[in-house]
Design a protein around this ligand. Structure first.
Ligand code: SUG
Length: 448
C-alpha cells in the first residue's frame, strides 16, 4: 500500500449531548448522571482536538452525529403524538428512563463505531469495516444502522472499501468495535498484526460486578468477515480485574500504533501469553515494542480516572518518536503526570506527551481515543474518501459557525423533555448534511 497513512475520523458531539448515567461499568457515566451538559462547548472541544491533528499534517476526518431523540424508535415502541415533538414529550413524561436512552449523543465515541481492517491485512485488499452492534447498552444498540449508512457515504467506493452490516444483535456476538482492537505493524501500509481483545467467551457464564462488553465469538466473526490471516491475528482476553475496576473497553487500559503497544500491567488476563502470541504473529514482519506501565507506578484506579491509556498514540510528522495525545485529566493526576515525565525523558519509543481538553466527553467516559475511529488508507483510498468528510481549516470554520448557530449552551436535566429539542437538533443535522456532503436523505427525518 503506497503512501499509506493512519487517518483519524472523529465523531462530532451531537446537539443532545447530556449526562444520562446510561453506561454499565463506566464509572464516569455513573458519577456524572444528571449533571448539566454543555453541548456547544462539547462539540467545539472535539473540533479543536481534531483541528490540532489536521494542522500538524495528519489526515483528519469527521463522522456525523446521529438523529436524537430517535423518534422512529420511540414510535416503534408505541409512543404516539400529533407531531414528533409531541411524541418526545409524551415518551419523556411517561417513561423518562427509556426516553433518555433514545436521546444520547453516544455516537460521538467513534472508536465504538466499527472495527476497521486495512487492505494490507485483508484477503481482497479492500479496507473492511464492521459497524459495532453495541448490544450491551440500550442507548448504544440503536447506533449501528445509521453508522453503517455514514460509513457507506464516506467510504462509498466498493472497489476499495467493504462496509459490512453489524454482527447479529445478540449477546453472544456483543461487539464494541475498534475500542477492543489494536493493529501493530512496521509501517501503516505494511501487513500488520490485528489484536482483538475480548472480555468473555459467549459460551461461559459471566458473573461480575460489570458486564464484559465484547465476546470472543464477535472478534472471531469479524476476523473471518474481514478475510484476515489467522497467523497474523491474535485474540487476547481482557483481565477481569480491569473490567471490575471500570475498564469497560480495552482502550481504557491499552493503546498501540506502529510496532508499539502501550498498556497497563493489569490490562490482560494472561499478559505473558498475550505478548508471546503477539511476538509470534509479528515474526518476519516487525519486532513489537512493548511499553508496560506497572501498577506500582500508575495504580489501575488512577489509569481509569485519568484515562492515561485512552490517548491517541501518533506517528507525528517530523518527529522520530511517537507522540501520546492524552486527556487533560492525565496531566492533573499526580501518578500519571509523573509517569508521562519519566516516559518521555528516557529514550523509549514515545518521545512526547500532549494534553487535549475534551472534558465534556470525558465526563461520560470518553477520552481522546474514544472520539476517533482510525482508518489506514493508501493514496488511492484516501482520494476515494468523500472529500467533505475531511477536516480542513475552512471546514473547521464552517462547523464552528454551525455549532454556534445550532447548539444549546447548556442542557440541564429539566431541559431534556423539551419538545423543541426535536426540531432544533434536526435543523442542526440538516445543515450538517450540506457541510459534510452526506446527501439530503441521510437522516431518517429527511426521508420521512
Ligand atoms: O459506551 N459512554 C460511552 C463511552 C464510550 C467510550 N468509548 C471508548 N472507550 N472507546 C460508553 O460507555 C455514557 C452516556 C451517558 O451516560 O449519558 C456512554 O455511553
Amino acid at each position: 500500500m503506497s503512501g499509506a497513512v493512519e487517518a483519524n475520523f472523529d465523531g462530532l458531539v451531537g446537539p443532545t449531548h447530556n449526562y444520562g448515567g446510561l453506561a454499565p461499568g463506566n464509572l464516569a457515566s455513573a458519577k456524572n448522571r444528571g449533571a448539566v451538559a454543555h453541548p456547544r462547548h462539547g462539540v467545539l472541544e472535539g473540533l479543536a482536538k481534531a483541528r490540532m491533528l489536521a494542522d500538524a499534517g495528519l489526515a483528519q476526518g469527521l463522522l456525523p452525529p446521529q438523529e436524537r431523540p430517535d423518534i422512529p424508535a420511540l414510535r416503534a415502541l408505541g409512543f404516539a403524538g400529533r407531531s414528533d415533538g409531541a411524541v418526545w414529550e409524551a415518551a419523556y413524561r411517561s417513561a423518562p428512563e427509556l426516553a433518555l436512552n433514545m436521546l444520547s449523543a453516544s455516537s460521538m465515541w467513534a472508536a465504538n463505531a466499527a472495527t476497521v481492517s486495512p487492505g494490507a491485512d485483508t484477503s481482497d485488499a479492500r479496507a473492511h469495516f464492521t459497524p459495532a452492534n453495541l448490544v450491551t447498552a440500550l442507548h448504544r444498540s440503536i447506533e449501528h444502522v445509521q453508522t453503517q449508512k455514514a460509513l457507506s457515504r464516506i467510504f462509498a467506493d466498493e472497489a476499495r472499501f467493504a462496509v459490512h452490516g453489524a454482527l447479529p444483535s445478540q449477546a453472544h456476538f456483543a461487539d464494541e468495535g475498534a475500542a477492543n482492537h489494536v493493529r501493530l505493524c512496521a509501517q501503516h501500509g505494511a501487513p500488520g498484526v490485528e489484536i482483538f481483545v475480548h472480555g468473555r467467551d459467549a459460551f461461559e457464564t459471566w458473573q461480575a460486578k460489570y458486564p464484559a462488553r465484547q465476546t470472543l465469538q464477535a472478534c472471531e466473526a469479524v476476523e473471518r468477515r474481514h478475510g484476515l490471516d489467522p497467523a497474523r491475528t491474535v485474540h487476547i482476553r481482557q483481565s477481569r480485574k480491569a473490567i471490575e475496576a471500570g475498564a469497560f473497553h480495552n482502550d481504557v487500559v491499552c493503546v498501540g500504533t506502529g510496532p508499539v503497544l502501550f498498556y497497563h500491567e493489569h490490562a490482560f488476563e494472561d499478559c505473558a501469553a498475550a505478548l508471546d502470541a503477539i511476538r509470534r504473529a509479528a515474526e518476519g514482519l516487525f519486532e513489537p515494542v512493548f511499553v508496560e506501565v506497572p501498577d506500582a507506578e500508575v495504580p489501575l484506579s488512577d489509569a481509569i480516572t485519568s484515562y492515561l491509556f485512552n490517548s491517541q498514540l501518533l506517528i507525528w510528522p517530523g518527529e522520530s518518536r511517537q507522540v501520546l495525545l492524552a486527556p487533560k485529566e492525565t496531566e492533573e493526576t499526580a501518578s500519571t503526570l509523573a509517569y508521562c515525565q519519566r516516559l518521555t525523558s528516557g529514550n523509549g519509543p514515545i518521545g512526547a506527551v500532549q494534553f487535549a481538553d475534551v472534558r465534556q466527553s470525558m465526563r461520560n467516559g470518553g477520552g481522546p481515543a474514544c472520539l476517533r475511529l482510525r482508518v489506514v488508507l493508501d493514496e488511492a483510498q484516501r482520494a476515494a474518501v468523500n472529500p467533505r468528510a475531511w477536516l480542513t481549516a475552512e471546514r473547521h470554520g464552517a462547523l464552528t459557525q454551525w455549532a454556534n448557530a445550532h447548539y444549546r449552551e447548556t442542557l440541564a436535566p429539566d431541559d431534556l423533555g423539551d419538545p423543541a429539542l426535536v426540531d432544533e437538533s434536526r435543523a442542526a443535522l440538516d445543515a450538517l448534511t450540506q457541510i459534510m456532503g452526506l446527501g439530503s436523505d441521510f437522516y431518517p427525518f429527511q426521508r420521512s
